[in-house]
Design a protein around this ligand. Structure first.
Ligand code: SAH
Length: 305
């Protein structure tokens, strides 16, 4: 049996794997992932309109297509967190600007997006310009566990599939709490562990996902709830949206299957970086995490009162 410990880099427990990947450090690893895979995401997952580096939200009754499902995720978070147009939002872990631009465009919010990748911030700025919202959004390179912003400078902290990158999720939540004004809202949407003990094949799938997406560990829903309360957040709510995410999980798996020959040939030709190949492999492995119920996918909302 293998165990994924909270607040530790999974590589610390998997020496064999550690020797294989030799990460410089956690953030450098994540920057490499997002920089190397920028075009892959646009080719195989999102488009220049949604710019989404996240799973979609698929309603059972609505025949969403990928693009709509990706955009729909923004609407669901916006709604569940009760965000207003007048709110100043911090998009903590903003990717290439998808949600920031969406909020500015659809709801006229003022948004600051932060990422640890300078290239991503640059892409996000260009996309905001192209979408005509450059005056309402700005992007900066900053660590969401230690930002340069003053206390209580935001009404909303938004973290869509980004908080998972923090080694210690409490560091992210402490900073989010500091940045929120009283009455401010936090929304976090991410994958959470349903168990900590894994068999060998399960562990391979877990490690493939963590390694491929440069994520050090995952929290369980209960642990995350506890951390939110420890930081002083109130009205904490957790919405399990695994069923609405399943179609995205399958979509990613199918895309990976379809691209297998392209991946194999280009890898053989030396045209794929290690980060790109690792990212490709997540497409297959993440399917196992969900079908074997090793992970769930949730939206947390909370308030600073
Ligand atoms: N929320 C975006 C991007 C998700 S990808 C979307 O849904 O499209 C995760 C993002 O988190 C990336 O932009 C990555 O650079 C950022 N990230 C990871 N660790 C971070 C940290 N410590 N501080 C700030 N951003 C971080």
């Amino acid at each position: 049996m293998y165990t994924l410990e909270p607040n530790q880099d999974y590589r610390d427990q998997n020496l064999q794997h550690k020797a294989e990947i030799i990460p410089d450090d956690l953030q450098a690893d994540a920057v490499k992932h997002y920089d190397d895979c920028y075009r892959d995401y646009l080719f195989a997952w999102c488009n220049l309109d949604n710019l989404a580096l996240h799973y979609g939200y698929w309603d059972e009754n609505t025949p969403y297509r990928q693009h709509q499902a990706l955009l729909n995720k923004n609407s669901i978070l916006y709604e569940k967190a009760g965000i207003q147009s007048s709110d100043k939002v911090l998009d903590a872990g903003c990717g290439i600007g998808g949600s920031s631009i969406w909020m500015a465009k659809q709801h006229a919010n003022r948004v600051t997006g932060i990422t640890i990748s300078g290239k991503q911030a640059g892409h996000a700025r260009q996309h905001a310009h192209r979408h005509g919202v450059a005056e309402r959004v700005d992007f900066a390179v900053a660590d969401f566990c230690a930002t340069p912003f003053t206390d209580e400078s935001f009404d909303v902290v938004w973290a869509l599939e980004s908080a998972c990158h923090a080694l210690n999720k409490a560091d992210f939540l402490r900073e989010a709490y500091r940045l929120l004004r009283k009455g401010g809202k936090l929304v976090v949407c991410d994958g959470f562990l349903l168990q900590r003990q894994f068999t060998e094949p399960q562990w391979q799938a877990v490690v493939t996902c963590l390694n491929g997406w440069a994520v050090p560990n995952l929290c369980s829903r209960q642990e995350f709830m506890g951390l939110l309360e420890q930081q002083g957040f109130q009205s904490v709510q957790c919405h399990d949206i695994t069923p609405q995410t399943q179609a995205s999980v399958e979509h990613m798996y199918k895309v990976a299957k379809r691209l297998q020959p392209v991946q194999s040939i280009s890898q053989w030709l030396g045209l794929r970086s290690r980060a790109q190949t690792a990212n490709y492999l997540v497409g297959l492995a993440q399917y196992r995490l969900f079908t074997e119920k090793l992970t769930e996918y949730c939206i947390f909302t909370a308030e600073k009162l």
